[in-house]
Design a protein around this ligand. Structure first.
Ligand code: NAP
Length: 319
């Protein structure tokens, strides 16, 4: 496939190197700065580069656009790309709120174009195996999930994590991962309890969440000032699964039975792991699908609803 990348920051570099690993073509890239685009293109054997996001969307040869900009611009860029009849893979969180995500999905349906949130953990081989084992009932009925994601970020300078106007804060950037895990395994909760501490720039620097289900609970955490274990534990009536650190991009997991018998598994992951979502996009495009069956439009709507509702509890507003 001929890929076009918009927004040439940190994740765009990782993604481009994984495209090359998958023998995909980094065909065109766009930055707000032409020199930056030229330099990026040279690094990834890319034949076309543009100094604005609008220009790349005029390129008729692109098969799929990957949006890798800050959260506040995902919806605007995706909508423009869909208007120009492009297939789109857009970084998480898909949009700032439910309304933005709904508009993106409605336009994709109208234009009959492929659209997917780049929720790479969904395609991670360890997650896929863990998910299958839970569905098979290997640990019985899931009663409790614990997952966190925290790292020390630079909150003193203005950047996409510290700046509220860019959709900053821990919840939207990394809290989305523990929410995803709980949602993927237990679905939407009956109740959300959440509490945050805020930065001087008025974004959440740490957020703790309890999701209450009819017969289960999840305890989730995100933070931007320190490292956490970054391990996820899923406890069922017949045993528990530990997805080892760093769980959202895991290489291994352990199943522990109620008799404390342990077995560790190491599913094969290619590269950093973006390869697996890339493979999913290619497969969907080859099969003329407009959405992935593994991470559907409804899944993205549910996840953004969870984020909206959690933001409501902690008082984090973007608009
Ligand atoms: N899936 C994952 O594992 C993963 C990991 C990290 C990040 N992400 C997601 O990817 C997106 C980008 O994250 P990142 O870490 O790559 O961020 P980053 O390093 O700050 O890069 C973002 C890029 O967006 C462009 N941009 C457009 N408007 C901007 C603005 N007002 N301020 C700053 N940059 C702007 C810039 O590209 P140009 O200068 O070239 O225009 C910038 O380099 C976010 O949505 C994030 O949640 C996903």
């Amino acid at each position: 496939m001929k890929w076009g990348i918009i927004g040439l920051g940190s994740i765009a570099h990782k993604f481009a190197s994984e495209l090359l690993l998958e023998k995909e073509e980094v065909y065109a890239v766009a930055s707000r700065n032409l020199d930056k685009a030229k330099e990026f293109a040279a690094q990834y054997q890319c034949s076309h580069y543009y100094g604005s996001y609008d220009e790349i969307l005029e390129d008729e040869n692109i098969d799929i656009i990957y949006v890798a900009t800050p959260h506040n611009s995902h919806a605007e860029i995706t909508l423009k790309a869909l208007e120009k009849n492009k297939n789109v893979l857009c970084e998480k969180p898909f949009g700032l709120d439910y309304d933005e995500v709904l508009k993106m999905i409605e336009l994709a349906k109208k234009k009959k174009k492929f659209l997917m949130e780049a929720f790479w953990t969904r395609f991670n081989p360890t997650f896929l195996e863990v998910y299958k084992k839970i569905q098979n009932g290997d640990i019985g009925e899931v009663k409790y999930i614990h997952a966190d994601f925290a790292f020390p970020a630079n909150m003193k300078e203005k950047n996409r994590l510290s700046d509220r106007s860019l959709g900053g804060g821990s919840l939207m950037d990394i809290g989305i991962y523990p929410l995803f895990l709980s949602y993927a395994i237990l679905g939407l909760p009956a109740e959300i309890i959440a509490s945050s501490h805020f930065s001087e720039t008025d974004v959440d620097i740490q957020t703790s969440i309890i999701l209450n289900y009819k017969n289960a609970q999840s305890i989730l955490h995100s933070g931007l000032g320190y490292h956490s274990n970054m391990e996820a534990t899923i406890c069922g009536t017949e045993g528990r699964i530990i997805i080892h650190s760093i769980w959202h991009m895991a290489n291994s997991y352990t199943i522990i039975g109620n008799n404390e018998e342990k077995k560790k598994y190491n599913p094969i992951k290619r590269g950093i792991g973006y390869t697996h979502e890339i493979q999913e996009c290619v497969k969907c495009l080859q099969e003329n699908k407009t959405e992935s069956e593994l991470w559907t439009h409804q899944n993205s709507l549910d996840l953004i609803k969870l984020l909206d509702d959690t933001r409501g509890k902690i008082g984090l507003q973007f608009k």
